[in-house]
Design a protein around this ligand. Structure first.
Ligand SMILES: Cc1cc2nc3c(=O)[nH]c(=O)nc-3n(C[C@H](O)[C@H](O)[C@H](O)COP(=O)(O)O)c2cc1C
Length: 337
């Protein structure tokens, strides 16, 4: 009997494939389809700090006006009042999803500045969220912001969410720190129960015909898995927080590679958007077939097999691979080395 079960932030999951935050989890039917396809857990799409601040402002305004008018407050979110993608709809969906599916449902909250909005994580917990995924999406474009300021911002936001909840909190973070491993270790020490590596930043393109900036919203490709995989291999076994891989999972191959690098769970969004939620079953089948072929009975037998060995000089390891690769590439036609 093949054992796919996995632990993520202290919880048992039936397998390590997790549906990442995306529009696929924006309604109950979508969440059901993901669970039916066999994923180990579902992360709901994100509620944004901006939405939460607006809701808090509106609640304060209603309180000051002495009214509890629900209809009036619903109309507050411009452009979303009809369909209401705001906090109330989110919590309602979360509550129904938790009741409807047999796998943990993780709520996602997305912010970039510390503030009381983080307290909304408590409402997510109250609605049954198994954990909170805190997406800190911040691009430090301000040239006066120092690296330490940017890092401190992460710790302050995390502290706000941790203070609000008792369920585990995962931090989805950027790959762009001067010292990613140190940042991961300090987030771990600051109480992050999981690290989701990494946020995929929007990178707009330029259209040279229309002379306009085109939004960079394409789905990922497998080559993009290399960056998170490199860091997961370097962090595996070195911190207590669980490691979740996200980006570039096109099929079961990348799922397996991430597990070999040391991921506790592997998240997927683009592949499910491209092929439909049922594709999760195809990926899991690919994992089981590969395990059978390799003679593995459980995921734990091979997780982290290709991580950077504990005791290795991590900096030397990274530098050595780089120098070797360039030496081989260059020696073929230039003889420089
Ligand atoms: C259309 C779309 C919507 C997304 N929405 C969210 C979101 O609300 N919150 C979040 O944390 N990530 C969001 N993501 C990022 C994904 O969860 C995931 O981390 C990223 O796409 C990389 O994984 P992939 O290569 O499997 O797509 C979104 C991605 C896509 C493509």
């Amino acid at each position: 009997m093949m054992e796919l079960s996995t632990r993520y932030m202290g919880r048992n999951l039936r397998n390590p494939l997790v549906a990442s935050a995306s529009p696929l989890s924006s309604d109950l039917d979508g969440v059901r389809r993901l669970a039916d396809a066999g994923v180990g857990a579902v992360v709901l799409y994100s509620l944004f700090e901006e939405q939460l601040r607006r809701e808090a402002d509106e609640n304060a305004r209603l309180a000051a006006a002495g009214t509890e008018s629900f209809a009036e407050s619903l109309s507050y979110f411009p452009g979303t009042a009809g369909t209401d993608h705001g906090p109330r709809r989110y919590l309602n969906l979360l509550e129904r999803a938790v009741d409807a599916v047999p796998v943990p449902v993780i709520a996602s909250i997305n912010g970039s500045t510390p503030g009381s909005w983080a307290g909304y994580a408590r409402s997510m917990q109250d609605c049954g969220a198994a954990a909170i995924e805190l997406n800190i999406y911040y691009l430090p474009g301000d040239s006066h912001a120092s690296g330490r300021d940017v890092e401190q911002r992460h710790f302050d936001i995390l502290a706000g969410v941790k203070a609000a909840v008792s369920v585990p909190v995962a931090v989805k973070l950027s790959p762009f720190f001067s010292a990613t491993a140190e940042m991961a270790r300090r987030l771990d020490l600051a109480g992050a129960d999981g690290l989701v590596l990494f946020n995929r930043f929007l990178q707009p393109d330029i259209d040279i015909e229309t002379l306009s900036v085109a939004p960079g919203t394409s789905l990922s490709r497998s080559g993009e898995a290399r960056l998170p995989m490199t860091w997961i291999a370097l962090l595996h076994g070195r911190i207590d927080a669980s490691l979740a891989a996200t980006t570039g999972v096109e099929g079961s191959k990348e799922l397996i590679k991430y597990l070999l690098a040391g991921a506790d769970v592997v998240m997927t969004a683009s592949a499910l958007l491209r092929h439909g939620p049922d594709y999760a079953a195809v990926m899991l089948d690919g994992l089981s077939r590969w395990m059978r072929h390799q003679g593995y009975d459980s995921v734990d037998e091979f997780r982290g097999l290709l991580a950077v060995p504990i005791g290795a000089d991590e900096a030397e390891h990274g530098r050595g691979g780089y120098v070797d690769m360039l030496r081989r590439a260059n020696s073929a036609d230039t003889g420089w080395w």
